[in-house]
Design a protein around this ligand. Sequence first.
Ligand code: CIZ
Length: 308
Amino acid sequence: MFVLDDSLIDKIQQLKKQRRAVILAHNYQSGEVQDIADFTGDSLGLSIEASRTDAEVIVFCGVKFMAETAAILSPKKTVLLPDKHAGCPLADMINAEQLIELKQKHAGAVVVCYVNSTAEVKAESDYCCTSSNAVEVVNSIATGKEIIFVPDQHLGRHVAERTGRELILWPGYCITHIQISVEDIEKARGKYPEAVVMAHPECSESVKALADELLSTGQMLEFARNSSVKQFVIATENGIIHALKKANPGVEFIGASEKATCPNMKKITLEKIVWSLEDMQYPITVAEDISNKARKALDRMVEVLPGK
Ligand code: CIZ
């Protein structure tokens, strides 16, 4: 059945009330999904919303590890992921067995896992972090302790550089951020010489070396809000450009590469949100023993807020 967007939006609003649901959308979602959400943000912000909401149902417009995180932080709520195939290749680049093996090789090391990881990997970790508080999380660990950082090698190198700590890295990477090339940045610099280039720490080291600012999506929003710069080149998943433009009318935001579009994030559509609320699909649950262990690492992530 073909339905116009306005009626889809009405339907979502109606179903949301009926189900006592809240809609959380990640900054990498499409503009239309961000616009119907009750809260938009990065993993850290959305995790906090998920733990605070008194709604009975959380519709998580993002990828599976994010919905799992919400389910762990809000075990009594129903968490729905509108497309069960919206996964994260980066999160799947390490599993619990591989992490256990790594821990055995580095007995006594503290494990920090990026939020882009499975619940099982979080359960084997001491701390979880997002790109907005990874530096603070690592800085909060006593000096002299060995630190394992999984799964994103590029974020890991960025954190190692900012903290001056030596990290044991896992060779994971984001298939979307890695699409942004040195040529993309050089081309953008040539075309927009006045622009400030903001790049995400998940980008390759050679791309990051050409950027003016290395920031998480939440930090990009904050930086743009507090800046008088009128033109930015954005080197991260292109969904953030919608949020940046909405919050900063009159400022130009140019995506560094059309290829920086996450195929998994974009699996969530308005139609799928309607179906999700109608049929209560797809519930994301985490086994209690895994959930209880992973919550400890996540609680530490939420406690160590940026700048706190
Ligand atoms: O922390 C997040 O949500 C991710 C995956 C990226 C970012 O910078 O927001």
